[in-house]
Design a binder for this molecule. Structure first.
Ligand code: GDP
Length: 443
């Protein structure tokens, strides 16, 4: 999970602070020392950590905090605010030109996720009502053009290419005419990356920049490379004066060193976060939400946005109706589960719920997507009749379903019991007889 190892350590420290009724200066200093260690272990730049801690210390060891009713909470609030600031304060949008086309130039080293992010960004812009054109200006990596074309096909968006033998500056120029004649209002240039920063690459990028004057230069860096990503960003920024950063592979980055240092070191904001390999896995980077997530305070706003995007409103209404009439079947149960799964991996979703967000709690819960696989397999192995009316499932049917789904009779029984509980609870709810504490045990 994003930032999980850092989050776990910080939350440990804060649990200790919260537990104390009164705080002394020594308590706060000891806690901040732990925060400092956690950040350094997370590969956050040393200077950034030092400044960050001294800012917090300045604000936290005053009388106002120490003598407040909840000093621990107060300190945590300060950490949260400073952490937001560290990541840029508030979200930053990309520049949209008042006169089309808006030209977005994607730059970055090979393997950072540049081409994938170009596709993700095109998808996002197209969902926001724009008509993006993807431009294959990486003529050196043999598969790059094809990769972009495949992304374009999947997204049903146009891709402009002039083959491998053309000059990237000409391709960039050519794309502007193409966009004009094809009604595209946004151009996304996928430029060439190298394994390391080299003179030739930078000159080429400078030439493209000088020729097409992009509205937005986005640097793509891999979060998992920690401080290397920060150094790469510094270098690119010095040569190209970038506008923002796409931090990719955050799904695999338990530490968070790049995310927490890059703004402070380069002065340039992270605008997007890549959170997976799928085209939908690009999030607008919200420093405030990110900070809440790291500190285990949840991220309800992102959760709601995810739900809105992945849950089919029509289906949700139909389901509500069925629940009310007590016509809810196992088929509906499965459909419901699929919708929840569309929102992403369970641990990530639960991590956004305040209170649940504690990295520690999640660890103990062992959120297991496999559980959901089992349930799906079990329901899939039932006949339509059995799904509609589970009461017909007798001993021999249970055995058949267990075998068919590769699970056990116990697991089939457990699912049936849970389902019965849900139905019973719905009945009580509908008749207004819901007893206090009548919870249900969902898987
Ligand atoms: P490029 O050389 O910079 O164009 O890199 P690619 O776009 O080809 O990406 C390199 C690899 O990183 C591919 O396997 C991508 O699927 C993967 N990748 C890109 N972004 C993400 C991300 O946000 N999360 C994960 N897990 N993988 C990513």
């Amino acid at each position: 999970m994003i930032f999980s190892s850092l989050a776990e350590k910080l939350q440990d420290t804060f649990d200790k602070l919260r537990g104390k009724g009164k705080l002394t200066e020594k308590d706060v200093k000891a806690a901040l020392k732990e925060v400092k260690m956690a950040l350094l272990e997370a590969d956050v730049n040393y200077k950034v950590v030092k400044d960050f801690i001294s800012k917090i210390e300045e604000r936290a060891v005053g009388k106002e905090v120490m003598e407040s009713l909840t000093p621990g909470q107060h300190v945590i609030k300060i950490v949260n605010e400073e952490m937001q600031e560290l990541m840029g304060g508030s979200k930053e949008d990309i520049a949209i030109s008042s006169e089309p086309p808006t030209i977005i130039m994607m730059v970055g080293l090979q393997g950072s996720g540049k081409t994938t992010s170009a596709g993700k960004l095109a998808r996002k812009l197209s969902k926001d009502g724009k008509n993006p054109l993807l431009v294959a200006a990486d003529v050196y990596r043999p598969a790059a053009i094809r990769q972009l074309q495949v992304l374009g096909e999947r997204l049903e968006l146009p891709v402009f290419s002039m083959g491998e033998d053309s000059n990237p500056v000409d391709i960039a120029k050519g794309s502007i005419n193409y966009a004009a004649s094809h009604n595209c209002d946004t151009i996304i240039l996928d430029t060439a990356g190298r394994l390391h920063i080299d003179q030739e690459m930078m000159e080429e990028l400078e030439n493209i920049k000088g020729t097409v004057e992009p509205d937005e230069i986005l640097l793509v860096v891999d979060a998992m490379t920690g401080q290397d990503a920060v150094n790469v960003a510094k270098n690119f920024d010095q040569r190209l004066d970038i506008d923002g950063i796409v931090l990719t592979k955050m799904d695999g980055d338990a530490r968070g060193g790049a995310a927490l240092s890059i703004k402070a070191i380069t002065g340039k904001p992270i605008k997007f976060a890549g959170t997976g390999e799928k085209l939908a896995d690009l999030e607008t980077f919200h420093p405030d939400r990110m900070s809440s997530r790291i500190l285990g305070m949840g991220d309800v706003l992102s959760l709601i946005e995810k739900a809105e995007k992945s849950i089919d409103q029509e289906k949700a209404k139909a389901l509500e109706e069925k629940l009310r009439k007590n016509e809810f079947t196992l088929e509906d149960f499965m459909e419901q589960m699929e919708q929840v799964r569309n929102m992403g991996p369970m641990d990530e979703i639960l991590g956004m719920i305040p209170g649940m967000g504690g990295a520690k709690q999640l660890k103990n819960m062992q959120v297991d997507d496999k559980q959901l696989d089992y349930i799906e397999a079990i329901i899939s192995s039932m006949t339509p009749e059995e799904r509609r009316d589970p009461e017909v499932i007798n001993g021999s049917r249970r055995k058949r379903i267990a075998q068919g789904s590769g699970t056990s009779i116990q697991e089939v029984n457990r699912l049936l019991k849970q389902f019965r509980q849900i139905k019973k609870m719905m009945k009580q709810l509908n008749s207004g007889k819901m007893k206090k504490g009548g919870g249900l045990n969902l898987p």
